[in-house]
Write a protein that binds this ligand. Structure first.
Ligand code: PHE
Length: 350
């Protein structure tokens, strides 16, 4: 056997042995030892390489040099691959040691319905018992639907009570009350009509405890041949008793004025805090004002092509916020629109 063949055989033995060892190696310290075993100064490969210089034949020298380099780089790359694998395993082990999988790592924070939405849901559900269907109308209205059709002509002084943000060009405006939905419904449907229409309304108001530029209303309307004020009173009494979950509540109708109802009323309910005795919540009156109402004005019926000699009915309107405030003794309307979770989360209901 020539020197070169012996060298090649030795190198190939070393390679086989190294690859075996690398393959069966299963920890990083051992891999480090293998690296120095095969590439350290005193390694067998180094020794063989240092003997190459004694080979006389240049051709042979070149061949064996190339062969040894190939073997070296093969062993080296096997070591690097193995190192990557072992490091990954180590990281995974560490992770599984340090994570308590029984911990609830991601706090779940489920939202809930806004108080106003909750109140609208109760309202709608309540009035559905009486056969009312739920309708909605546009928040951007024409002057006619919001005012003129409801007997509030262009220069009517009662418009002052509901100033809004007029857009002069098209006579459109953000609606100031949900009464516009009465008109839209009466134009679209034939009596008998029973609807409840919750939605947003907008007014030009300075913000204070009782005023915000946007708030909610619900509008109720019945049109048929016989419905009268005593029906108005009994339906609303039953509804409000249900909403406040209190069967002692009575209603009181006070004479009032709206251009679109005649007669018109403000409707008060027994103060549910003192049950009529008088307390801070009701300013010692024993009553709490809740909504406006009245028999639909004959001229309004005419405006929507309904014959007032045949049909009649009542309408009412109020704020769901007001109902929620009275029910939960809240004294500042602005709280509903500040998105303060400290306030809102008190009324969590999913
Ligand atoms: N639209 C009135 C308001 O905004 C409430 C109302 C509705 C009054 C229906 C009478 C009839 O104050």
């Amino acid at each position: 056997m020539t020197d070169i063949k012996l060298l090649a055989k030795n190198l190939s033995n070393i390679e086989n042995e190294a690859l075996d060892k690398i393959q069966s190696c299963n920890n990083l310290d051992r891999l480090k030892q293998l690296r120095s075993k095969y590439f350290g100064k005193d390694s067998d490969i180094s020794k063989i390489l240092s003997n190459i210089k004694y080979i006389r034949n240049n051709e042979e020298k070149k061949t064996i040099g190339e062969y040894s380099n190939k073997i070296k780089s093969n062993i080296q790359s096997q070591i690097s691959d193995k190192e990557a694998i072992l490091k990954n395993i180590q990281i995974e082990e560490e992770i599984s040691r340090n994570i308590d999988i029984s911990l609830n790592k991601f706090e779940t924070n489920i939202g809930s319905l806004h108080p106003v939405t909750q109140m609208i849901d109760i309202l709608v559900e309540t009035f559905q018992y009486f056969g009312f269907s739920v309708v909605s109308g546009p928040e951007i209205e024409t002057d006619w639907f919001c005012f003129q059709s409801l007997n509030l002509d262009i220069n009517h002084p009662a418009r002052d009570m509901q100033d809004t943000f007029y857009i002069e060009e098209n006579h459109i405006l953000p609606r100031t009350h949900t009464s516009s939905v009465q008109i839209r419904t009466m134009l679209n449907e034939k009596p008998p009509i029973r609807i409840i229409a919750p939605g947003k309304v907008y007014r030009n108001e300075n913000q204070d405890q009782r005023h915000t530029f946007m708030f909610y209303q619900y509008e109720g309307l019945i049109i048929d041949k016989t419905t009268n004020i005593s029906d108005l009173k009994s339906i609303l009494t039953t509804a409000l008793r249900n909403i406040f979950d209190n069967s002692d509540i009575e209603l009181r109708l006070r004479h009032s004025f709206f251009p679109y109802t005649e007669p018109s009323f403000e409707i008060d309910a027994t103060c549910m805090v003192c049950l009529g005795k008088g307390c801070k919540v009701c300013s010692n009156k024993g009553w709490i004002e809740l909504l406006g109402a009245g028999m639909v004005h004959p001229q309004v019926l005419r405006n929507v092509n309904i014959d007032p000699n045949v049909y009649q009915g009542f309408a009412f309107g109020g704020g769901p916020e007001r109902l929620f405030m009275v029910k939960n003794m809240i004294d500042d309307l602005r709280l509903f629109y500040e998105n303060d979770l400290k306030f809102l989360s008190q009324f969590r209901k999913i």
